[in-house]
Design a protein around this ligand. Sequence first.
Ligand code: G6P
Ligand code: MN
Length: 437
Amino acid sequence: MRLTILGGGGFRVPLVYKALLADPERTVSEVVLHDVDPARLDAIRRVLAALGSLPVRATTDLREALTGAAFVFSAIRVGGLRGRVVDERVALAAGVLGQETVGAGGIAYGLRSVPESLRIAALTAEVAPDAWLINFTNPAGLVTEAMSGLLGDRVIGICDSPTGLIDRVLRALGVTAGEVRVDYAGLNHLGWLYGVHDKTGRDLLPGLLADEKRLQTIEEGRLFDNLRELGAVPNEYLHYYYDPAGTLDAVRSARQTRGAFLLDQQLRCYHEIAAREPLEAWLDAWREREATYMAENRSLTGADEREHDESRPAGYEGVALAVMRALARDEPATLILDVRNWGTLPVLDDDAVVEVPCRVDARGAVPLPVGPLPEHAVGLVRAVKATDRLILSAAATGSREAAVRAMATHPLVGDPALAARLVDAYRAELPELAYLA
Ligand code: G6P
Ligand code: MN
């Protein structure tokens, strides 16, 4: 089966390739890389060649890349890391959070990602109508919802963050995934784990939440206070909502924004891949990237080093492979994915893409029933979904007004005058937003 990776020159592509090589069944027998940047494509091809021998072809022609694909992974970054830096800088200059997927920065990114993802979805529907599209492109929930208008339930969004969280909590509880049923729900980068039920139906989570010592053994326990009162373990991205002033300060006083750090690192890394041993150059950069992930948030709360265990099946490549295996081999799996709601969370409509446990098999990913969202989560989920809907409307109509409304609707922006200033500043700096008139 052929897998096409859009954003094939991307830094995390070797992780996907490694996962494919480790799959004993070789569900994917051929990889096609597509990217708009031939130099990055070439560099990543060199890294893959050093990793193994699963056939790889690279192209800059999107139609050619999609034709004949059984699976399409979309992992693009419209505007590149330079765009991410603008997303951060413009927001910080206006006094609000500048982050890849959250708040003003995330909205600017969404306004770039959605139009391009719609073009990809339309072309996929035309030349590979039977393909499964697995979406990593951020903001992943929003982009998946945009694509679902054209691809229906053949688009499935993924993120590594819920799997990582659940893996850590289950280890702290001393249980395995097969022994429990979890209540994890919300939107992408806006979810909560609020129940871990054993076979007898008993909820094991309150015991962990009441045990401060055990909580300190997991990243989320160190990142957040008062989890017992909250009755849930929030996704790490909730830190930006629960401590907006602290996280804004921490991002501001860091030497560089995350985007600026990665931009420098990537320029160095791609250069070194071409100049010296490709695999070592890539591995060094990957380890450094992992070690510094969300570093400001962790230093703010005194949470030390990031847990990084390369033997654990975390990472989005693990989730992606699990989805592909379940789809291709009809091997049922339960995974947290971004899919259309279909009544799973009654506080949102059926077409809203939500992040919930799903059963995946050859027929696709179907959301499983989960317990009702905690009351404190409902308002945030509704507000961020309303923002997403306005972003989709801005992208569909090219309306600047809709973009301003999206900014103003987001809980971390809120003020319409500030929202208008932000949209205009982004439009002035990002050529991809020139369509907003
Ligand atoms: C996690 C999130 C991704 C996000 C990435 C950012 O993996 O799930 O959605 O893109 O972190 O990491 P970075 O190293 O680029 O800051
Ligand atoms: Mn993610």
